[in-house]
Ligand binder design. Sequence first.
Ligand SMILES: C[S@@+](CC[C@H](N)C(=O)[O-])C[C@H]1O[C@@H](n2cnc3c(N)ncnc32)[C@H](O)[C@@H]1O
Length: 155
Amino acid sequence: MYQSAVMVPMGDWKKTRLKNLSDTDKIRDNSKVGSGFGKNISNWLDRDMAYPANVLHLATECGNKSHSAAFPEELPEWFIKLFTKENDTVLDPFMGSGTTILVANRMMRNAIGIEVVPEYVKMVKSQIEPVELYLCEPKKRKYGKAKVGRRNALR
Ligand SMILES: C[S@@+](CC[C@H](N)C(=O)[O-])C[C@H]1O[C@@H](n2cnc3c(N)ncnc32)[C@H](O)[C@@H]1O
């Protein structure tokens, strides 16, 4: 996991909230609801970046992608950043309109998409730069002769 890739700037909160720390802010303050979570605000004093909250706030996808449940691109982008580096491979077993595949390609990752509806497969294939297709394709191919554009292959 590459958590530092999804860190966000501390922002104005650092300038205001951390200016005057109370005694409680300097020790671990356990949640009053008994959740087991707690915080020590003073831990944030020397930090410029923070991990994001555990809820992602992203704009919904409004463009017509010919699919009823297309993701906003920021969603796969966030997880691809968190879990992969360039040249790694992203697998989307429910490809739909191919948002994850296209974002993975843009981020220089290999991508494999699986989709049960042939129309969506055809649509995604037409969006991805024409490249040699392999794996699950009926024709036999020789391995070890991949072209530079192979990264964009829809398998
Ligand atoms: C929520 S949509 C995915 C949307 C996609 N993330 C996008 O941005 O377009 C789920 C997709 O999974 C496909 N699907 C459902 N069951 C499947 C299965 N067993 N194997 C492969 N694809 C499947 C559906 O046809 C649908 O397109």
